[in-house]
Design a protein around this ligand. Sequence first.
Ligand SMILES: NC(=O)c1ccc[n+]([C@@H]2O[C@H](COP(=O)([O-])OP(=O)(O)OC[C@H]3O[C@@H](n4cnc5c(N)ncnc54)[C@H](O)[C@@H]3O)[C@@H](O)[C@H]2O)c1
Ligand SMILES: O=C(O)[C@H](O)[C@H](O)COP(=O)(O)O
Length: 372
Amino acid sequence: MKIVVDENMPYAIELFSQFGEVVALSGRTISAEDLNDVDALMVRSVTQVNEALLMKANKLAFVGTATIGIDHLDQALLQQRNITYTNAPGCNAVSVGDYVCSALLVLAEQQSFVIADKKIAVIGVGNTGVQTVSRLTALGAEVMLCDPPRVEKEGLTGFVSLEQALQADIICMHVPLVKTGDNQTKHLLTSELLAGINQDAILVNCGRGDVIDNQALLDLKQAGHGMTLVLDVWENEPTPLLDLIPYATIATPHIAGYSLEGKARGTQMIYQAYAQLLGQPAERSISDILPVPAVSRLDVNQNADQTFAKSLVHLVYDVRRDDAIFRKNIMKAGSFDEMRKNYLERREFSSLRLVNDSHYAVESLYQLGFAK
Ligand SMILES: NC(=O)c1ccc[n+]([C@@H]2O[C@H](COP(=O)([O-])OP(=O)(O)OC[C@H]3O[C@@H](n4cnc5c(N)ncnc54)[C@H](O)[C@@H]3O)[C@@H](O)[C@H]2O)c1
Ligand SMILES: O=C(O)[C@H](O)[C@H](O)COP(=O)(O)O
C-alpha cells in the first residue's frame, strides 16, 4: 500500500504508516507522476485535485483533505472515477473562533470599545461561524446570524438578510467558496455591497479570500472608506493583492485554523475515514502524540470582564504575533507558503485550564473555550 501525504500535515506519517508506505510531498507541487501506483492521497487546501493531477492515478481509491474547505477537490470527477473522498468538517473550527476572538480583543483595546456594545453579524453560520458566535456571546454581545442556505432548510426565524448583516458594527465572514450551483459565493461581497458597509465598521474574513472582491475592497479603501479590516484569507493565495495589506489592521497568511489541535484533528479525521474504507481499526490517536502546552493551568482570582478575558486570550494566542511575521515577510517571493509551512506552535484556548476555587463569576471564560 502506498500513501502520498502533504508534508505539512502534522502526524500524517505517525498515523498513516499503520497502512503502508507513506511518502510526504510538497502539497503545492504534487504532480500526476507522483500518483502513479498510489493507493491513497492525503492533501491540504493547496493541492488542486483535478483531471490534470489524476491523469496517471491508476490505483487511487481514496482522497482525504485534512481541511474544512473542499473547494480544491473536483468532486464530480472523484465520483465519476469511483474514488472515495472526504474532508474534515469542523476540524479547525475552534481555532478559527479563537482567532476571531483574539483579533477583536486587540481592536477593542486599540479603538476603546466594549464588544458587548457592538452590533455583530456572523455571515455563514456553520462550524466556524458557530465558534465565533459562542465566543462573542460569551463576551456579552448579541450576534445576528446570516446564512441563506440554512434559511432555505430551517426557515427565516433567527436569521437576517445579507443586507441587514452588512449594516452591523462588526461583520465576520465564515462563508465557504462555492463555485457551482445556486448559492455560489465568489465575490459575494461585490463593490456595491462593500460600499454600503458603515465607515466605522470592522470586517473580518476567515472563510475564503475569493468571497470578497479584493480589488473592489482595495479601491474602496484607497478612496478613503474608514472600515477596519481583519483579513486572514486573500484572493489568489499564495500571491495576495499586496497593495491591500497596509489597509488591513490585522493581516495574516491564512492561519486562522492553524492551531496544533486543529491541524492534528484534520489528520486524525481523514485517517479514521481511510481506516473505515479499508475495514481496519484506527489504532493510533493524536491525543497520545500532542505535546503538553507551555502553560496548562492557572488559578483565577477575580470575576471575568473583557479586560481579564483579553489577558487570558492573549496569553494563549495573540494574533499580533502572526500579523507581525506576515508584514515582515510578505514582500519576499514564496513567503506566503513559507510562513504557513513554518507556522509557530499555537494552542487552543481549551489547552489552558482555569481553576476557580473561590467562586468568582468566570463562567464566560469557560464559554470562551478555556477548560474547567
Ligand atoms: N481561515 C482559515 O484558516 C479557515 C479555517 C477553516 C475553514 N475555513 C473556510 O471557512 C469556510 C467555512 O467553514 P465552516 O467550518 O464554518 O463550514 P460549514 O460548512 O460548517 O459552514 C458554512 C456555512 O456557510 C453557509 N453559507 C454557504 N453559502 C453562504 C452564503 N452565500 N451566505 C451565507 N452563508 C452561507 C452554509 O450554509 C453553512 O452553514 C470553509 O469552507 C473554509 O473554506 C477557513
Ligand atoms: O479549510 C480549512 O480547513 C482551512 O482553510 C485550513 O486552514 C486550510 O489549511 P491548508 O490546507 O491550506 O494548510
